[in-house]
Every structure is written in structure tokens, then in C-alpha cells.
Design a protein around this ligand. Sequence first.
Ligand code: 5AD
Ligand code: SF4
Length: 444
Amino acid sequence: MNVYDSARMADVLSPEGYVETKVADDADLVILNTCHIREKAAEKVYSELGRLRDSKDGGKMIAVAGCVAQAEGDEILRRAPYVDLVVGPQSYHRLPALIADSALDKKSAKSSRVVDTEFPAESKFDFLPKANVNGPSAFLTIQEGCDKFCAFCVVPYTRGAEYSRPMHAVLDEAKQLVEDGVVDITLLGQNVNSYHGDESGLSGLIWKLSEIGGLERIRYTTSHPRDMDDQLIAAHRDIPELMPYLHLPVQSGSDAILARMNRQHVAEDYLDIIEKLKMARPDLALSSDFIVGHPGETEEDFAATLALIETVGYAQAYSFKYSKRPGTPASDMDDQVPEDIKSERLARLQGLLNQQQITFNNNFVGERIPVLFDRRGKLPDQLAGRSPYMQAVHVTCMDPIQADAMFGKVVTVEITGAHANSLSASVIKENGFAVVGAMEAASA
Ligand code: 5AD
Ligand code: SF4
């Protein structure tokens, strides 16, 4: 969602004459769009700000946006007095006015620092300009905020209460994206499957989206098991555009820890959902988030998480050591797990997940699968894309004209190699693309 928000901030500022640069030194305005989910992410902001201070000349403005801005507000100005502007995730549609305020204050030698961490009554989505399209794949935020209040999580405090954009607004934005060349949309929300933009919910929205001619691929992320209703599960069976990949975080396999986390379900509920999903769509690739070392986690609880992973079999997953977030209930629990135990458990968990990911990828060698080529490789003859199962797939195309023809399209390729984080492939000659050789994994 931060990637989406950053792009939208660029869209908001473009009518003001701003263009994007990848080089901070060249910029008149640097915006750090920040994440507060774990302590490491939040601390990174201050070290990055320190670097920016060293290169800040008279005219450059520095803004902090996102969830660190929301959570820490004035504290940022105290720790980093050279910051001009602090703007929360619900207020970035006001960036032009906030920048103007800050510049005006500077001129009149008033304190020139502006903080906007309101949860405004208006929705920023009503004020954002048309999204600029960059390639065949796009994100589309349909829902924000969260009312679940998992004990470890800061999101309900930084992103606020659940809000669903109206269905017609989402459909209009999706149609516009498709008109501009997008064929692949990922619907975003902190709790995306709780979407209630109208009474038909997320499955109703996906059905409507699947009727947009030219939209070939639909995904959604991130979901909560409690909101995985039967209609949504059936959508995985009935809607070919809905890709066979689902990120459905479980966090832990232990009922005691799930209760401590306030996840509002037990491990068996999750496994039942997975079984129903697999019945609906047997080739569904699964992903999850895991937290190790949540307060109170014993070796037995951790073993239950490993057992759940063994039962499900993941295509990939994200895993984290529990990180104390100020203001959340878990941060005050008195049975915190020592850091060395967290590290040791994380290593074991990741060992198992990596093994599952490699097994999953190996199964594709020799198979033919449709890949959407949405990125250029480092060399002119390299293309990268995504399989239906979200794997990164690389090919080398000797003819740049043919590489151009493939870019932005779904092309069936033959998988020639499997790596930890990607597949290599060659394009099938009968498709009319004379692609030879396979590029080694760029990212291992
Ligand atoms: N510590 C560690 N991981 C966390 N996550 C959320 N809060 C914390 C925390 N305090 C993880 C969860 C969530 C993902 C986005 O980040 O696994 O699903
Ligand atoms: Fe955080 Fe997700 Fe739980 Fe909401 S459902 S509180 S975003 S972990």
C-alpha cells in the first residue's frame, strides 16, 4: 500500500509542476513515505532523515508521510527539526496546500513546520487526481484501516477505522486503468476481504471487475481469515481472472497464541478455510505472514506453528520476529520472549518455509505457464514477469523487437529452471516468439 500511496502522492504533486527523480540530491522536495509496523522500519526513518539532513541545502524541503508520520507526529519535528512537513496517510491529498503553507511560513519567518495527522471527515480518494499508469500492472486501494485490533499490531491506530471505497468509485478507477493499458490489478486494503463498498462485498466487486473487457488478472491483498466468506471462496472457483494465489496470514498455529493475539479464530478454522479454498481451486498457491516470539509463545506453541506450515504447504510466506509497538496491548504483556529465542525460532521457521518454496518452484520445471511480462530486466534483452502463482519469471529474448512485443502481454512460456525466489523460462517457438536461452535468476 505504501507503493500505491507514493505513486498517488506523485500524482497529486504533478499538476503543481513536480516531476519524480530517483536522486534525492536533485530534489526540491523529498518525501519519505514510512512504515511503522515493526520497530526496525520506524527507526530506519530517522537514519534516513539524518542522511538527508547532511545533504539538505537551503531550498530543499523534507516531508515525512505514512504511518510513522501518523504515529509520531510532533515527535518527528523534535527528533529531526530540519523536517518541514509531516503528513499522515489520510491527508496526503492536501500535500499541495501543506507545502504552500510551509513555504509561506518560511517567508514570513514564522515556524515553517507543518503537521497534518488528522483523520479528515472527507475521503482523500474523492480528491485524488487520475492515477498515472506505469506498465501493465497496477495497485488499486479499495479499503483502508482495520477494526480487528490484533494485540501486536499498530495498524488500527495509524491507519484508523475500516473504510471501504464505494463500489462505483473502485469500478470507475479500474476501468480508467484498463483504458490506460493496465491488464492486471491488485486490490489493496489492510483488511481487504472485509470490503463492504456495497452489500455484495469483495466477491461482488471481483465479479464486476471480471466483466471489464481487457482486465486479465485480478488479485487482492491482505486478507483476514475471519472475513474469508463462502462467496469469496466460490469466486476462486468461478472467476478465471482471479489468479490462483492467495496471501492469507495466520500469524501462528497455536490456539493459545492466536487467542493472546486476539485473532478471533483457532488454527482449525484456518485449516478448514484452506481446505475449502483448495477444493474450490486445487492449484491455489498460498502465502501467509508469521510472527515468532509473540509474548507468551512457548516451544510447544512454536511447534504448533511449524505443524500448521507442514499441513498447509506454502508457495511462499513472510515471517517476522515479534516487535514491540508502543500503545498496543501485546507490548505491555509481561511474558515477552527473549531476543535470542526469537532469532532461533525465526531461523527454524524460515528454513521450513524456504524448503517449501523451493519444492513449490521445482514442480514447475518443464511446465508451460502464462506469464505477464511487466518489467524489463537489467539488460535490453531481458524481460521479467509474474506467473499466475506470483512467482517472478525471467526470460532472455535475443531480439529487442520481440522483447518489445512481449512487454505488457501474457505469454505462455516453458519453465526451464527453478530458483529460491524465481523461475527462468524460454518462450515457446510456436507462439511466434523466437526466444532462446534462459536467464539465471536475478534475485536469489
Ligand atoms: N511485530 C512483528 N510483526 C508484526 N506484524 C504486524 N505487527 C507486528 C509486530 N508488532 C506483521 C504481521 C502482519 C504483517 C504485515 O506484519 O505478520 O501480518
Ligand atoms: Fe493488524 Fe491485520 Fe490484525 Fe488488522 S487484521 S490489526 S492490520 S494484523
